[in-house]
Design a binder for this molecule. Structure first.
Ligand code: GLU
Length: 548
């Protein structure tokens, strides 16, 4: 064990003692059962859908228990930090309505960026060194690689433990010599784990779990030649969750195997242990098998994918909650968003993310919204992703409202479900707006079904010349029917099929000409309703463009 003076000389002389931090961050006056939860995203990339998923659980549990929810930016790996990641986290939490109670400068237990907590970590590293519960390790990269290679060659577990832990029992003289020589070092935890020992703990989701005890002398403070001197994840977890007075750590199941190490750290530091809940990962079906959603392979693994496409936040939240607790998927959306999540009901097998299902949920949800609501949500989304649409929606608000009345809206028995996400608006409704609609004037356009251009022209001209904006659907459609006969189309598809050489097409092909002229698409809402919404002038402008 190193002399206290040697240990203290490694740290700034004004470094506070643990009592200072304990007083600065006192235990919270929590009500019975209140949970303080946290999400610890690392800004080494944009937020993963798994982060949103776990964050939603954190938010919910804190809200329903009367606790607090923290977002702590775990930025100890500064070399891998991605620019803009922290801003994207904030945007994502806002978009999905899961803002933390404490983050950045809001909250009494900050700073909430690990890179700004160096002093705090150093206090506790020094404490463990003073107690001989941690030690300096000067092993070089080559030495460590050699240890791993020899362990692998003899099929031993890899790691820094037992006889492989070459600096664990070095004498004070050896350490002094290495320090004198200015060799860089890391600080390692002196694990109290013994070979063959087991650790058990209770997980709020999985119940009682048993694992091999940790024997690894994990690094707790990174290399001494780096600035700032930052801790590893394991150590920061223990210190931060203690001092932020977190009492329920909800995190991905990939951390289960680290629990034995974490419990040793909490014990060595004299901290009360926290409760853990390890969440099963979101999965993806690929062929016959399931695998974890992967940020590298699956665009939908990134939260940005959902924001950019404008998936309605509440529908996504509803879907995710149904994955957390299957029971919530059975409730109507509004109820499911209010009902508390139960950790005990979380599955231990990762749930499947099914984008088709999500699309259906989104379409059902949007179908319940009024035209005003849709316009306001689409505009909000488009502010960032489709500025042209924002101004069109503002200047042609009446047209937008009228368009959204066509076969949809909460008052329609079977509303159209053609909007799943806000980016669908342009495709589904863009044609209603004169300024967004490219006229169809090329009579060889494949959407027109390959009919002779002269026929198309004559038919369109005739339609425009005699057009009447009739209220009755049958009567309105009779205009097309009469013209179709006049221009030699078969009266119905059956007739046409029987004798295809006798006609250019049937009434169906004739109607398609008007549909494409008015909507630019071969599939559209009810044509009569579209025409009534566009108004006579616009109908004539479009059909005349086709006539040429
Ligand atoms: N920074 C860790 C991660 O990104 C957080 C793990 C935890 O929640 O403890 O996975």
């Amino acid at each position: 064990m190193l002399d206290r003076a040697v240990v203290d000389a490694l740290f700034p002389s004004d470094l506070p003692e643990p009592s200072h931090w304990e007083e600065q961050y006192p235990p919270r006056g929590l009500g019975e059962g209140a949970k303080v939860t946290r999400l610890g995203p690392s800004p080494t990339g944009f937020l993963h859908i798994g982060g949103l998923y776990v964050g939603s659980i954190d938010r919910d549990v804190a809200t329903h228990s009367g606790g607090s929810y923290i977002v702590r930016v775990e930025d100890t790996d500064q070399a891998r930090e991605v620019e803009g990641a922290v801003a994207q986290f904030t945007k994502a939490f806002e978009y999905f309505g899961i803002q933390p109670d404490e983050a950045d400068e809001v909250g009494a237990y900050g700073p909430y960026h690990q890179s700004q907590r160096e002093q705090i970590y150093l206090t506790y590293v020094r404490e463990l060194l003073r107690d001989g519960k941690a030690y300096l390790c000067f092993a070089t990269k080559d030495e460590l690689a050699d240890i791993t290679a020899r362990q692998q060659a003899t099929k031993l577990p890899t790691g820094y433990y037992g006889r492989w832990a070459i600096w664990r029992d070095k004498t004070a003289e050896d350490v002094a010599e290495a320090l004198e020589a200015g060799r860089p070092y890391v600080v390692r935890f002196r694990s109290p784990g013994k070979a063959g020992e087991r650790t058990s703990f209770v997980d709020a989701i999985r119940g009682s779990l048993e694992h091999e005890a940790n024997r690894n002398d994990v690094v707790i403070l990174k290399a001494s030649d780096q600035s700032p001197r930052l801790p590893t994840y394991h150590f920061a977890h223990a210190v931060d969750d203690h001092l932020m007075r977190v009492n329920l750590v909800i995190r991905g199941e990939e951390w289960i195997s680290s629990v034995p190490t974490h419990l040793q750290l909490f014990d060595a530091l004299g901290f009360d242990r926290v409760e853990y809940a390890h969440i099963a990962p979101l999965m993806k079906q690929q062929g016959g098998s399931r695998r974890k959603l992967s940020k590298r392979k699956d665009p939908e693994a990134s939260v940005e994918f959902f924001i950019e496409a404008g998936f309605p936040a509440q529908a996504v939240q509803y879907y995710l909650r149904g994955l957390v607790n299957a029971r919530l998927a059975e409730l109507p959306l509004a109820e499911a968003l209010e009902a508390p999540i139960s950790l005990a009901e979380c599955g231990v097998a990762g749930p499947l993310v099914d984008l088709v299902k999500l699309d259906d949920i989104c379409a059902d949800y949007v179908a319940t919204l009024s035209g005003e609501e849709i316009i306001s949500r689409v505009s909000e989304w488009a502010t960032a992703y489709d500025p042209e649409l924002v101004s069109v929606l503002a200047s042609e608000r009446d047209a937008a409202l009228a368009a959204l009345q066509v076969e949809r809206g909460p008052e329609v028995a079977n509303p159209r479900k053609d909007l799943r996400k806000w980016s669908d608006f342009r495709t589904a409704y863009g044609f209603f707006f004169p300024s967004l609609f490219p006229l169809v004037s090329d009579r060889t356009d494949e959407r027109l079904g390959g009919l002779p251009p002269e026929l198309i022209s004559a038919f369109a001209a005739d339609f425009a010349d005699g057009y009447a904006d009739l209220e009755d659907g049958q009567e309105w459609f009779a205009q097309i029917r009469e013209l179709a006969t006049k221009h030699g189309f078969a009266p119905n598809p059956k007739e046409y099929k029987k004798n295809p050489d006798a006609y250019p097409g049937s009434i169906r092909e004739a109607a398609q000409l008007i549909r494409v002229a008015l909507t630019g698409s071969k599939a559209s809402p009810d044509l009569h309703a579209v025409a009534r919404t566009l108004g006579t002038d616009e109908v004539l402008r479009r059909v005349r463009a086709l006539a040429g």
